[in-house]
Design a protein around this ligand. Sequence first.
Ligand SMILES: Cc1cc2nc3c(=O)[nH]c(=O)nc-3n(C[C@H](O)[C@H](O)[C@H](O)COP(=O)(O)OP(=O)(O)OC[C@H]3O[C@@H](n4cnc5c(N)ncnc54)[C@H](O)[C@@H]3O)c2cc1C
Ligand code: FES
Length: 277
Amino acid sequence: MEQLLVPMICKIDKVIQETPDVRTYRLKFKEEGLMEKFNWMPGQFVEFSLLGSGECTFCIASSVTRKGYFDCSIKRAGVVTADIHTLLDEGDEVGIRGPYGNWFPLDDIKGKNLLFVGGGIGLAPLRSLIQYCIDNRNDYKDFTILYGARTSADMCYKEEIKEWQENKSLKVILTIDRPEESWTSNVGVVPKILEEVVKPEIANTKVITCGPPIMIKYTIQSLLKLGFADKDIITTLEMKMQCGLGKCGRCNIGSTYVCKDGPVFTNEQLKKLPDEF
Ligand SMILES: Cc1cc2nc3c(=O)[nH]c(=O)nc-3n(C[C@H](O)[C@H](O)[C@H](O)COP(=O)(O)OP(=O)(O)OC[C@H]3O[C@@H](n4cnc5c(N)ncnc54)[C@H](O)[C@@H]3O)c2cc1C
Ligand code: FES
């Protein structure tokens, strides 16, 4: 089911305070039977509206394989997201349009080693694919997650990360930017840890990365230095959007509409976009 223009009403089932400025909102459609019909693919996004405040774009941060709900993890960035954090709590209602956009190339990554590289709130779109791949674990070979944040407090999904660490079929590597007294894992920015600690196998590996633009830039440079091909590096963009469906011209880079042709692109595709990107 795809709702293009009219927001559907969702009830907030649960709110999880992930970090000081990120909250996960677990959503369920109010109308009976709608939740079962709402299907999405990992990497797609919704337009999330708060009446009297505005509408914002958020990826769906959970997998369709986890039935009965979907999650949006929202970082306080400006006017609308501040209102969402301040005004919305469990039991409240919001409007949802979508799902929109393309998705991670599930056929291409099947049978491959997977390396997820996330930074900060950038783990949100990856989490949808990570959950999907964990729920279809036999379809993939080695499964590595490298996740970094500025501080340990800024790490999203702390409880779920513990589950990933306990799962013997996953390799989870965490890092923070600067040392902290009780932190026993890696210290250093994501590209450095990628090169010095992860040292990934290149053959038959697909890398899926998302994070702050500066992290993505240097992560892609490191991946290319390590020998990855552009086609094997997949990322998801966060251009400013309005309509979400290719009509308003807010998100385009040349003739490419990030909302419709993306937000998921390989580095091979990104290299073909005009210089303005
Ligand atoms: C496909 C897609 C998926 C996204 N997924 C998520 C998500 O899962 N979680 C999440 O927290 N955010 C996500 N974002 C970013 C989110 O849409 C913006 O942070 C939000 O719209 C800001 O709204 P605001 O009114 O609070 O901020 P504003 O008051 O409009 O702006 C505040 C600051 O945020 C910047 N900003 C505004 N919109 C964006 C944007 N789209 N991308 C980057 N910076 C922006 C502005 O330049 C300004 O500096 C996503 C964006 C896109 C396009
Ligand atoms: S957001 Fe309107 S065209 Fe992409």
